[in-house]
Design a protein around this ligand. Structure first.
Ligand code: SAM
Length: 283
């Protein structure tokens, strides 16, 4: 039997309905209440696995009602009920509703029990072939190009693989900004429709991505994880001691962008490499 007054955070499939653990199915069958992002979508999953919902109360918890749903769930927990939280796909609270609920449930002293399973980012990363053991999960970038470019600029110097979620209608614009800000030669893996019929995992450099997508109209459809290799820290060590010294002096007197620009002009060094070095010096 599930633990009383506990919230189970249950991962569900990201496409293939079989990608759900036995423990998850057991819990979903036994809890008093299931809080689902879309009740109708979840009924489909539950029915597929033979879970009858007559004896379970299903309530909606999505990004537009999360705060109100939290109050309802806290009162259920106060009545010793067991609750499962699920979203449309993958792990709740990861670029999905649920984080506020989990935070509140923990703050009120109730137990939170994770039931691990599918997650698009980790699924993509496991098949990307990136050797770097470190990665930074970013999730969705802003929809507007100006903000997106600003956030990408803040990520440009990180020597970790970068993992993004992106909507199909923003894919081209996003890849164009990534090429401009992160650099044309970074390795990219486009992981599309993971675990589904048209699963595609394509590797190329950032500047090859848009042409590859445009070569087939199907390639722009579906769900996407974009993985980009991290900044090459070796680049920095190629910069001469003299140039490093110049940059250091410039940084003492000038804002970062100006310091980088002038140092690049004086030394002939690559501006991006100097920018990354300047960021690490500042840090
Ligand atoms: N919580 C989910 C998780 O654990 O992965 C993520 C939910 S987020 C709202 C949805 C985004 O995840 C999609 O826009 C896409 O970027 C990514 N995604 C979800 N399923 C996917 C799939 N089957 N293939 C590729 N990307 C997927």
């Amino acid at each position: 039997m599930p633990v009383k007054s506990a919230l189970y955070v249950v991962a569900t499939p990201i496409g293939n309905l079989s990608d759900i653990s036995q423990r998850a199915l057991h819990i979903l069958n036994q809890v008093d209440v299931i809080a689902a992002e879309h009740v109708q979508n979840s009924k489909h999953l539950l029915a597929h696995h033979g879970i009858a919902t007559k004896h379970i109360r299903l309530i909606a918890l999505h990004q537009h009602n999360e705060k109100a749903a939290v109050r309802t769930i806290l009162s259920f927990l106060g009545e010793e009920k067991s609750i499962a939280l699920i979203t449309d796909a993958g792990t709740p609270a990861i670029s999905d509703p649920g984080a506020i609920l989990v935070q509140q449930v923990r703050e009120y002293g109730f137990t939170v029990i994770p039931i691990p399973g599918a997650n698009a980012a980790l699924c993509a990363l496991s098949a990307a072939g990136f050797i770097n053991p470190h990665f930074l999960f970013y999730g969705f970038l802003p929809a507007k190009s100006g903000l997106r470019q600003r956030e990408l600029t803040a990520l440009a110097a990180f020597p970790y693989s970068l993992v993004f979620y992106e909507a199909p209608h923003r894919l081209i614009d996003c890849l164009t900004d990534m090429t401009t800000i992160l650099g044309a030669q970074r390795q990219l893996v486009i992981a599309r429709e993971l675990t589904k019929l048209f699963e595609t995992i394509h590797s190329c450099t950032l500047n090859q991505a848009v042409a590859w997508i445009n070569a087939d109209p199907h390639r722009q459809k579906g769900e996407f994880v974009l993985l980009v290799s991290g900044a090459q820290i070796e680049d920095k060590s190629c910069i001469s001691i003299q140039t490093k010294k110049t940059l250091e002096i410039m940084l003492r007197e000038l804002p970062l962008k100006q310091a980088v620009k002038l140092t690049a002009e004086i030394s002939g060094e690559n501006k991006n490499a100097l920018y990354q070095l300047a960021l690490s010096m500042k840090a």
